[in-house]
Design a protein around this ligand. Structure first.
Ligand code: FE2
Length: 265
């Protein structure tokens, strides 16, 4: 994939997103949220990729994967007015259909095209795929790390300015009730990502985002989580309780271990 092809794909993305613009402020805000997210995931993936020493060819591929990973989001919102997959459609699968239907990747070799589509398909799964090629697994890990770095940015930004712009598209429509669910606590203490079915309120949802740390793959990503203090910012918007303190002590020592034991940076 040369730079000219990359530019062509970026142009297609811009034209595609333009079709979903709207004069309705709430609608427009949600479309812009995903458009901006995409741009920042492209930056994050290049940043991690460079720190890992990828070749320019692999960096171009990584950027395109990031560019298209949420391409299904725009159509999903237009059709269902939500970003909640289980209330609408799997946005990764929808994205792949859109890319195929429009022949967006037709100029690429079949093997690269498949790699991009499979990586997109894996990006929103609860866990990494088990039966995949080494290359696809690598790019899937890269995308998932870059994606999470930016979602942490989106949610921490949102929590800090919540009074100004409450957005149910971000909060998944969960109630803002006190306390946390025991199953969520259990997941995190045992070093597992939080099972979506355990979520009962907004605190659980914030803890789900804390648990993403267990799903991070590369040392530079762990380092960025530390530098940007994402976990601290989520902790600030959770109630003060013994359980929550215990969760953060487990999660923070996990992060410490990963940074100490990691190789990158
Ligand atoms: Fe996504």
């Amino acid at each position: 994939m040369n730079q000219e092809i990359v530019e062509g794909l970026k142009n297609w993305f811009v034209r595609h997103v333009r079709r979903f613009r709207s004069g309705n402020p709430n609608w427009q805000r949600n479309i812009a949220l995903k458009e901006d997210h995409t741009k920042r995931v492209c930056k994050e993936i290049l940043d991690i990729g460079k720190k890992l020493g990828l070749s320019s060819k692999d960096l171009r591929l990584a950027e395109i994967i990031a560019l298209f990973h949420d391409i299904g989001r725009f159509e999903q919102y237009a059709r269902y007015r939500t970003f909640v997959d289980h209330h609408s459609v799997d946005h990764a699968e929808l994205g792949i259909k859109i890319l195929q239907k429009n022949g967006v990747l037709n100029r690429l070799d079949q093997s690269i095209r498949n790699l991009i589509l499979r990586t997109i398909l894996h990006h929103n799964r609860p866990t990494l795929p088990e039966q995949e090629t080494e290359t696809c697994l690598f790019f899937t890990k890269l995308l998932r790390d870059a994606d999470k770095l930016d979602i942490w940015r989106v949610v921490t930004d949102y929590y800090r300015h919540k009074d100004e712009k409450r957005n149910s598209a971000i909060e998944l429509g969960l109630p803002d009730t006190p306390g946390i669910s025991h199953d969520v606590y259990d997941d995190l203490i045992q070093g597992r990502i939080v099972d979506m079915t355990h979520l009962k309120n907004l605190n659980d949802f914030k803890l789900l985002q804390v648990g993403w740390i267990y799903d991070i793959n590369f040392a530079p990503t762990f380092q960025s989580v530390r530098n940007r203090d994402y976990l601290g910012m989520i902790r600030d918007v959770l109630p003060k309780s013994e359980k929550i303190e215990r969760i953060f002590s487990v999660v923070e020592s996990y992060l410490d271990d990963q940074i100490r034991g990691g190789k990158g940076e």
